[in-house]
Ligand binder design. Structure first.
Ligand code: NAP
Ligand code: FE
Length: 366
């Protein structure tokens, strides 16, 4: 067995009612919080009220920033950080999908070093004020990862900030997903699946990260019929939320790999939801491994698929991918992706520009 480090320091509470039951976990984080959400969902699903009720009960003051859009950009983070600094905010609570959770990490980095402005985001050693995460989608695992992904309009893509920030406390209450539409449920579930797969197949995987992935994949397998039927009883919501956190715990050790790096351009250029962007590239990515690769065989077995074609058919079934692409698009994405040596280095075999182009072509020109 190779030597490795396992590090995932977020204090996690799982279960229905966990915010109110374990609100004291926030008591030590500060006397004024900024609650960071998207425009509507946190109000509709009850998470925002649970958090503000808990803060009121703890006598912690709070301000609300509810303007985080999907795939948040640096400009929005900057706006929120300015308010947080003016208000003397001491900690942040990101409620929502990955977008508000990631944004809260980036805002907390900027608020910790007001003199640095957005430069703080690109400083790998930057510190952040404390964060609490409350996921309301089951996909990104941001509640247990150190990553915060922002849209960079200047570079026409998305990128992880350099600072690595874990939540201090995460509340995983599956009831917040009762309001989640089928489309978002499936896209986000596929994001979590791609975290599990990319982590498992990465050169950075270790014994523990692979065991975590195997557990996540077997839980995912139980959810496959519900994802196909687009019906999600409470026990499936529970499993999706747990599986997503396991995917997060795995990529926290290994980072993501090719589908994530390749998919950012599909999101930026064609508006594909993040999970869909990874999902449409996954069959071709797995097929890029040589026939007989033991880790590919294992992950298909954990999921109950006979081969990669069955995995691809499942992804086609649960994602509603309709975007249209040209040869020029594929060449542009390929050239841009080749600028990311970090992602390419996670793949255990040599990769050429032609391999990447071929993966895009196979995935997008079916
Ligand atoms: P999202 O962009 O956070 O949210 C997608 C949509 O779902 C929004 O319209 C949101 O509405 C809505 N929504 C969220 N929860 C809901 C609920 N319970 N009921 C009804 N609607 C709900 O989607 P996401 O896929 O979770 O996050 C994607 C972002 O996370 C991307 O930027 C991606 O790059 C990033 N990501 C981060 C990591 C990481 O490790 N940090 C990993 C993977 C991906 P509102 O806007 O009204 O809230
Ligand atoms: Fe992801």
């Amino acid at each position: 067995m190779n030597n490795f480090r396992y590090f995932m320091p977020a204090d996690c509470y799982f279960g229905r009612g966990c915010v109110s039951e374990h609100k004291n976990a926030m008591a030590k984080l500060g006397k004024k919080a900024m609650v960071v959400t998207g425009r509507t969902s946190a109000k509709k699903n009850g998470a925002q009220k649970d958090i503000t009720d808990a803060l009121d009960a703890l006598d912690i003051k709070w301000v609300l920033f509810d303007e985080i859009g999907e795939n948040p950009d640096v400009e929005t983070v900057e706006r929120a950080a300015k308010i947080a600094i003016e208000e003397g905010v001491e900690f942040f609570i990101g409620i929502g999908g990955g977008s508000p959770m990631d944004a809260s990490k980036a805002i907390a980095v900027m608020a910790a070093a007001p003199e640095k402005g957005t430069d703080a985001l690109w400083d790998a050693d930057a510190k952040a004020l404390p964060i609490v995460c409350v996921p309301t989608t089951a996909g990104t695992g941001s509640e247990v990862t150190q990553y915060a992904i922002l849209t960079l309009h200047a570079k026409k893509t998305k990128s992880s900030i350099a600072a690595h920030i874990f939540a201090e406390v995460s509340y995983l209450d599956p009831k917040y997903m009762d309001t989640l539409p089928a489309k978002t449920t499936n896209n986000t579930a596929v994001d979590a699946l791609t975290h599990l797969i990319e982590s498992y197949l990465s050169v950075k995987a270790n014994y523990v990260s692979r065991k975590i992935v195997e557990m996540g994949l077997s839980i995912f397998k139980d959810c496959i019929p519900a994802l196909r039927a687009r019906e999600y009883p409470a026990d499936i919501r529970d499993k999706l939320m747990l599986m997503s956190a396991l995917g997060g715990a795995a990529i926290a050790q290994t980072m993501t790999s090719l589908p994530h790096g390749m998919g950012y351009f599909l999101t930026y250029e064609k508006g594909l939801a993040h999970g869909m962007a990874n999902g449409v590239l996954t069959q071709a990515y797995v097929e890029q491994f040589p026939a007989g690769d033991e880790h590919v065989a294992n992950l298909l077995k954990c999921l109950g698929f006979a081969d990669t074609a069955e995995l691809g058919a499942f992804l086609d079934d649960v994602l509603d991918h309709e975007a249209v692409y040209t040869e020029d698009d594929l060449n542009y994405y390929t050239d841009r992706f080749m600028e990311q040596p970090g992602k390419i280095a996670t793949f255990p075999y040599p990769l050429t520009r032609e391999d990447i182009y071929h993966m895009y072509k196979k995935s997008l020109m079916k």
